[in-house]
Design a protein around this ligand. Structure first.
Ligand code: ATR
Length: 272
């Protein structure tokens, strides 16, 4: 049986085993997919042991995506731009081959599942951490009119916008300077949802057709999505679809089989 796993800390909450086992069922194969808990000291040895135990592929989750990136001998363009890796395959000699499927996952969820096009749209991204770095290149490749990054610590937004300027029209802003702009798509990539907080963004950025997307996912609406609904945003979505789409891309990288994601979404969220 082919072996896969997700490595993180914490990792007990991860939905990846359920998602990948559903993909394998679609493919008509049996795979083993487990959760592995590691820490900073054991991460590299844990990946190496996994390969030596005939492991085929790994998902990397927080907080090891940057460490994984640093250890890979080969990287795809998205991993290179993100400076973070969420998917590892191995060469026959055990070299780590890194990919980042987070941005493609977001893009597929927006475009294929929610019917949201990015071309010629004004996009606002809230936050400037690792999650934003992971999505910027694929978003810019869709040729939006502009991407504006706003962050509590402005300098981080400014540095990120500078780093990606060659890939498209991107700039940074203080939250307080956004008041006179309207956006078609607002993506919350701050960690605020995790503590049930709302990033300090004015509702004046919203139009009646604005799409508000939270990278975080939860069976109840996140604080950001509640805020968006209260202020009559056009469409709201959490990041469960992105989670499933990024997993599907990992599965495709490992096995060359492209799973149907809609049925897995229904499995994980049967009431919607
Ligand atoms: P991740 O890898 O999930 O992006 P991160 O690198 O720690 O995690 O980044 C967290 C992001 O959430 C940052 O942009 C952070 O803002 P700062 O750079 O100013 O710290 C943002 N963030 C966290 N809590 C927030 C809150 N309560 N309000 C607004 N932004 C918040």
């Amino acid at each position: 049986m082919d072996n896969y796993a997700v490595i993180g800390n914490p990792v007990a909450h991860s939905k990846s085993p359920q998602i990948h086992l559903a993909f394998a069922q679609q493919e008509g194969v049996s795979i083993d997919y487990r959760r592995i808990l590691a820490d900073d000291e054991t991460f590299v040895a844990t990946v190496e042991k996994f390969f030596h135990d005939r492991g085929c592929g790994l998902n990397i989750t927080l907080p090891f995506k940057v460490k994984a990136y640093q250890q890979c001998t080969e990287l795809n363009d998205y991993a290179q731009a993100a400076k973070a890796v969420n998917t590892i395959s191995f060469s026959s000699t055990g070299d780590w081959i890194g990919a980042n499927t987070d941005g493609i996952g977001l893009l597929r969820d927006l475009k294929s599942n929610l019917g949201v096009e990015l071309t010629r749209k004004n996009v606002l991204i809230l936050g400037a951490g690792g999650a934003v770095r992971g999505i910027l290149l694929p978003l810019l490749q869709e040729n939006p009119s502009q991407i504006v990054i706003a962050n509590r610590t402005y300098e981080k937004a400014e540095a990120l916008a500078k780093e990606f300027i060659a890939a498209g029209t991107i700039s940074s802003s203080q939250f307080s300077d956004l008041k006179s702009s309207k956006f078609d798509i607002v993506i919350n990539a701050t960690a605020a949802s995790l503590s049930n907080q709302i990033p300090p963004v004015s509702a004046t950025v919203l139009k009646s057709e604005t799409v508000c997307y939270d990278l975080a996912y939860s069976d109840q609406d996140t604080a950001f999505l509640n805020w968006a609904k209260t202020h009559h945003a056009g469409t709201t979505s959490d990041g469960l679809g992105m989670l499933i789409e990024q997993a599907a891309e990992s599965y495709f990288i490992w096995r060359g089989f492209r799973p149907d994601t809609g049925s897995v979404f229904s499995l994980l969220r049967p009431n919607r």
